[in-house]
Design a protein around this ligand. Structure first.
Ligand SMILES: [Zn+2]
Length: 242
């Protein structure tokens, strides 16, 4: 196994070499008002199951743990917006890449599993999220539905590592933590100033190495988010979920 310093160096190199997907996120705007009431839309699970090209990732990645936070109130919106959805749908290409990451994890860290927090997301849900965060400090963290998120194409996944019995590994922040501590591009400085511990950075690097080697791309501001292709290629290859 590599030493921590070697791993940090690898991460820094990966950071320089990997073309980072342009983030759909920006700095949060000042809060103006509380989220508005949400509207009801089509059934999320049925919409995703019917969309051509999407597969249930668990059919391809046998050990995948699925913990869809937007199907519960345990998310930054404070309410469920995915209805009864309990499956991680992805483009087949993305699911097969994830299977490669899983195989590598089994080889290097057999005690850990991949744990998905968010996968494909219909566009109408994106519009709903956009309405909920309008005028709040979280607005800058939700992609404008006019352009859409890579999640709308089933080409993005938010995930972490967890023990076999589902206890997430310590990555230094929870899912959807809005602040610099979630930023991969500041990890080196945060390791030096003690904001992140060596173990937290090392854990992030395990996840990142698996995902990058499997062909995923990373974001600058969210350690848990990975895209299966560039934004341009995603929009060219796949149809968004309406
Ligand atoms: Zn994401």
């Amino acid at each position: 196994m590599r030493s921590l310093s070697a791993r940090v160096a690898l991460a820094a190199m990966a950071w320089l070499l990997v073309a980072i997907s342009p983030s759909a996120h920006a700095q949060p705007a000042p809060a103006k008002s509380a989220p508005n009431a949400t509207e009801r839309g089509p059934d999320v699970a049925a919409t995703l199951a019917a969309h051509p090209g999407l597969v249930d990732a668990a059919d391809v990645v046998s050990e995948l743990q699925v913990d869809l936070r937007y199907a519960t109130a345990d998310n930054f919106l404070g309410r469920p917006i995915y209805g009864e959805l309990d499956r991680c749908y992805l483009q087949r290409d993305a699911a097969e890449m994830l299977a490669k990451a899983q195989a590598e994890l089994e080889r290097t860290r057999p005690e850990w599993r991949l744990r998905a927090w968010d996968c494909a997301r219909p566009r109408w849900v994106q519009r709903q999220m956009w309405k909920l965060v309008a005028g709040t400090p979280q607005q800058g963290y939700v992609a404008n539905p006019k352009r859409g998120s890579i999640h709308n194409y089933g080409c993005a996944i938010d995930l972490t590592l967890a023990t076999r019995d589902g206890v997430p590994v310590d990555m230094g922040t929870p899912f959807d933590f809005f602040g610099p501590r979630a930023r991969p591009d500041r990890e080196f400085a945060m390791l030096q100033d003690g904001t992140l511990s060596p173990a937290q950075v090392a854990n992030r690097l395990v996840l990142r190495e698996l995902m990058l080697r499997a062909g995923f791309r990373m974001l600058a501001n969210e350690w848990w988010h990975f895209d299966c292709a560039t934004q341009r290629d995603t929009r060219r290859r796949y149809r968004p979920v309406p």
